[in-house]
Design a protein. Structure first.
Length: 430
């Protein structure tokens, strides 16, 4: 049960993130006088609701998201647009248009969302993702300026026994560092190059040759020089974001590189205000890279689930997997992992969640916010070009015509969610 506090805190953080995301849509919509009939956190049966200022505010049973209803999202069909199929039934797009219009009370027709200028539509739809990006920035800022981020230092925490990280091996496969370095050694100079952190040491090792190399260290408070001979071995390629680079099939990319067999010690290092946007950008770019390869990651998840193979540590996880990570943070019994460390790591996890929500919602696909942003952008460009050419106003962009594609996207997201839930339960990332 030690994991329960972490899971509860994560769920609370998720609900707050979703609630603020939806407020990011609601507030500008209200400012632009667009009716907002409903604002709910959660899905499923309603647990509580109240009416205030023309909006029903409420909480639903399942804390897996939220929604805000903005009245009149879809413009009426233009003359000549098909509204009925060959059987005389309303098309999917026309049904959606009429349902959207029905959310407007008598006398509110002029306040419909679709009547807003493109720039105001953009503000309303970007408000949600923007709040997630802002939350990620704030949460990372609290960690960076408070307890600090965990940094890899120039002190050695462990020495590998074997080149392949096995527990035992032949003499030929022993780690070059064995018998040369000890845990607690602090590296000052590698082959004549001064080093201050683990990144410096990695670069020095990568640039070295498989020949005897002098290394200046501090051991038990005494400065001394030791000699180590790196060996060439196949190692995974690490990106600038610190992730293992994968190919189109999702397999780790490897290359022959010098290997020594030492691991760095970690310590928290408080940063400056200027570090916050840097770390935020690194988190966002890393998340964008993962989402760009989403089909590959999903395929690998299915393959691992079917074959029973252990999932890679870099595999994507769903809501269950993230909650499990939060539970592990509070359940870990390590004596040197104190309350401050746990608090900082929970904040980083929530920052990563909000980063994912931002990047994911910016995808130019309906019904995601990015799809509506794309529609508003197209509408604005069309109207600007029409004015420049002296042509009639082309009117609002008809997003309703994209609903068949939107339904396909929804089905894909539901399938992905179910897949990750099953994988996180039956074959969790360990």
């Amino acid at each position: 049960m030690a994991s329960l506090p972490g899971i509860v805190l994560f769920i609370i953080g998720l609900l707050i993130s979703v609630a603020i995301h939806e407020l990011g849509h609601l507030i500008p919509a209200k400012i632009f006088r667009v009716p907002v009939p409903r604002y709910f956190v959660g899905f499923g049966p309603t647990l509580w609701s109240t009416q205030r200022n023309g909006t029903e505010w409420g909480i639903k049973a399942f804390p897996l998201g939220g929604f805000v209803s903005i009245a009149g999202m879809l413009a009426p069909a233009k003359p000549g647009v098909k509204t009925h199929d060959k059987h005389g039934q309303l098309t999917i797009a026309e049904q959606a248009r009429r349902e959207s219009a029905a959310e407007l009370r008598p006398g509110e027709e002029h306040r419909a969302f679709w009547r807003l200028p493109a720039r105001k539509k953009f503000v309303v739809m970007f408000g949600g993702p923007f709040t997630n990006a802002a939350l990620a920035f704030i949460l990372l800022g609290v960690v960076v300026l408070g307890p600090g981020l965990v940094q890899l230092t120039n002190q050695i925490s462990a020495v590998s026994q074997c080149v392949n990280n096995a527990d035992s091996c032949s003499v030929e496969q022993q780690s070059p560092a064995l018998g040369v370095f000890e845990a607690g050694d602090t590296i000052l100079i590698w082959d004549g190059i001064a080093v201050e952190n683990w990144a410096d040491i990695q670069r020095a090792i990568a640039d070295s040759e498989p020949v005897p190399t002098d290394v200046v260290i501090i051991r038990d408070g005494v400065e001394q020089t030791v000699t180590v001979t790196p060996v060439l071995t196949e190692r995974p390629v690490i990106t600038d974001a610190g992730q293992v680079q994968t190919d189109e099939q999702g397999n780790p990319v490897t290359e022959m590189r010098p290997y020594v067999g030492i691991s760095p010690a970690m310590e928290r290092e408080r940063g400056s205000l200027g570090d916050v946007p840097v770390f935020t950008w690194q988190m966002m770019s890393g998340t964008a890279g993962v989402i760009a390869k989403l089909p590959v990651h999903l395929w690998n998840t299915v393959a691992d689930l079917v074959t029973g193979q252990e999932r890679d540590a870099t595999s994507i996880v769903g809501i269950i997997g993230i909650a499990d990570m939060a539970g592990s943070i509070t359940a870990t019994q390590a004596t040197d992992y104190d309350l401050v460390d746990r608090f900082a790591d929970l904040l980083i996890l929530l920052a990563a969640l909000n980063t994912s929500l931002f990047i994911f919602n910016m995808l130019p696909l309906l019904p995601l916010d990015g799809g509506h942003l794309a529609g508003a952008t197209i509408e604005g460009v069309r109207r600007h070009v029409a004015r420049w050419r002296g042509q009639p106003d082309p009117g609002a962009f008809d997003t309703a015509r994209l609903l068949p594609l939107s339904n396909a996207v929804i089905i894909f997201f539901i399938g992905m969610t179910l897949l990750l839930v099953i994988a996180d339960i039956l074959n969790p990332v360990v």
